[in-house]
Design a protein around this ligand. Structure first.
Ligand code: DX5
Ligand code: ZN
Length: 216
């Protein structure tokens, strides 16, 4: 299992120490949630923070854009150090073009879907992307409860990916913790994002390790 702790739940006064903790842990990726106050009702952090964090780690930067018109910022996020750039299906009128743009800039393109968006809508874009981010809460805030319908979506998606031999990872984001990690793994998830479950725990590194080996 790939584990991608979401820094949205970290202590922003101690970002360097939080990054160090992740570097010393079994975390695979840094999950970075960018919000614009338009696509979602919250504003998180943006390019300058990502640029600074980039200096603290070699781990892969998994940037989740919860913003309108993400195509305007693709190049800026590439320069800031994003390795994977995920845009929302619901925010892109010309999704295919946006995906090409992300690839042309040397990043891996991802597409995120809100809880109400059927996975079937991704059918024609799946061969062009490297990651599907399935939202298991409504985007905008950490600390919400996991929506159980997600399991079924993951199963359906995984079947399609395997059937066509596609190189696409399934990432689950929202309300992920030790109580649902194993079932998500069994449903076919490849990547778990966890914010509160990691950063609000007494021993974040232990939680990261348990999430990583939940399928063991
Ligand atoms: C929510 C973000 C998530 C969030 C997850 O809109 O996309 O990445 O940080 O936080 P938890 O794990 O607390 O639900
Ligand atoms: Zn996220």
């Amino acid at each position: 299992m790939i584990v991608a702790p979401s820094l949205l739940a970290s202590n922003f006064l101690h970002l360097e120490a939080e990054a160090r903790m992740l570097n010393e842990s079994e975390a695979d990726w840094f999950h970075l949630d960018v919000m614009d106050g338009r696509f979602v009702n919250n504003i998180s952090f943006g390019l300058p923070i990502i640029q600074q964090l980039r200096k603290t780690t070699q781990k892969l930067f998994d940037v989740h854009l919860m913003i309108e018109e993400p195509e305007k910022y693709t190049e800026a996020f590439a320069r800031a150090g994003a390795d994977i750039l995920t845009v929302h299906y619901e925010a892109c009128r010309h999704l295919h073009r946006n995906i090409q743009q992300i690839r042309d800039l040397g990043m891996i393109p991802g597409v995120a879907i809100n809880p109400h968006t059927p996975v079937q809508l991704l059918q024609d874009i799946l061969p062009d992307i490297g990651l599907v981010l399935v939202m298991s809460v409504n985007p905008g805030f950490g600390g919400q409860s996991f929506i159980p319908h997600t399991y079924q979506k993951v199963k359906t998606l995984r079947q399609r990916i395997d059937q066509f031999g596609l190189d696409v990872k399934i990432e689950i984001d929202g309300g992920v913790d030790l109580s649902n990690a194993k079932q998500l793994s069994e449903a076919g998830a490849h990547v778990l994002v966890a914010g509160s479950a990691v950063f609000h725990a007494p021993d974040p590194r232990q939680v990261i390790s348990s999430l990583k080996h939940c399928d063991a």
